[in-house]
Design a protein around this ligand. Structure first.
Ligand code: ATP
Ligand code: MG
Length: 265
């Protein structure tokens, strides 16, 4: 189950670098408050693919980290399956904005991390192989991350996350740093993976086309302090196509406009 409710979420960071060392005056020790998320309320249904868009620095990663329990909210609540989030959980797996494979482990060992608790080792090896094949990395099991291309590293991260069989997969810009064609291919793979496993996926992207071609729901955040600019359900069949779905094209223009781009190609 991966039902998420966010109510009146607020997050502010205190910029501690502004603190004066050794100062006795209390007001000089407080630091500047940076309001990042400002009263965000959302609800995501079980099994949905949610795509979060917003300008750089607006608080997308912060929001994802709070949903996944890696960071705490200043106020407001996050409920997953009706229970408040109190910290990271193996039911909710996070794929980070920057590569997070362990460089001293092979692809197989990285994927094995999520399955090492399994007692039946034959069963475990079979599952590892299944996830490696799902992301088309068979033949590369014994390679180290530095021996893989950027796209292959991203796929290995995906296999490692999927192997844990989480209820919710949080992905922070999983396609960043990939070349154009690899990005398109990875996008297709994530859509296929989502249709296959049917789990809730919350994905942050800066790419409007990712959101339109992948999402069951699109969330757009404003500039910081981020508030909700748009939260819309998308009911278009997949694979999606701008030429065959003119409404999708209209929504694309609307999204660019909301994001402050008046002329998009
Ligand atoms: N640990 C922290 N301490 C203080 N400020 C922080 C911290 N983490 C993030 N911030 C600030 O919060 C704001 C939002 O950061 P965040 O990483 O969530 O943005 P983002 O929308 O993910 O940006 P990008 O699209 O560039 O990844 C930024 O202004 C950042 O400086
Ligand atoms: Mg980010």
């Amino acid at each position: 189950m991966g039902h998420i409710v966010v109510r009146n979420l607020r997050k502010e960071y205190i910029d501690r670098r502004r603190r004066k060392r050794g100062s006795k005056k209390p007001d000089e020790c407080i630091g500047n408050c940076v309001l990042v998320l400002d009263d965000i309320s959302l609800e995501f249904q079980n099994g949905e693919m949610i795509c979060i868009l917003g300008p750089s620095g607006c608080g997308k990663s912060t929001m994802l980290r709070i949903l996944a329990g890696f960071d705490s909210a200043s106020s407001g609540t996050v409920l997953i399956n009706g229970k408040p989030v109190n910290g990271p959980s193996s039911d909710n797996i996070f794929v980070f904005q920057h590569s997070s494979l362990f460089p001293w482990m092979t692809v197989r060992q990285n994927v094995e991390l999520g399955l090492r608790h399994m007692e039946d080792k034959a069963d475990m090896n079979e599952q590892i192989q299944e996830y490696i094949e799902m992301v088309e990395l068979d033949g590369f099991e014994n390679r180290y991350p530095y021996q893989l291309s950027g796209g292959m590293q991203r796929r290995a991260e995906l296999a490692r996350a999927l192997a844990v069989n989480p209820d919710i997969l949080f992905m922070d810009e999983p396609f960043s740093g990939l070349d154009f064609l690899t990005h398109l291919k990875m996008r297709e793979e994530v859509v296929n993976m989502h249709q296959f496993i049917g789990k809730t996926v919350v994905l942050v992207t800066h790419d409007v086309d990712d959101a339109l071609l992948m999402g069951d729901r699109i969330v757009v955040l404003s500039e910081r302090p981020a508030h909700l600019k748009l939260a819309r359900e998308l009911d278009f069949p997949r694979p999606r196509n701008y030429e065959k779905m003119p409404e999708l094209n209209g929504l694309r223009n609307e999204l660019f406009f909301i994001l402050g781009v008046n002329y998009a190609i």
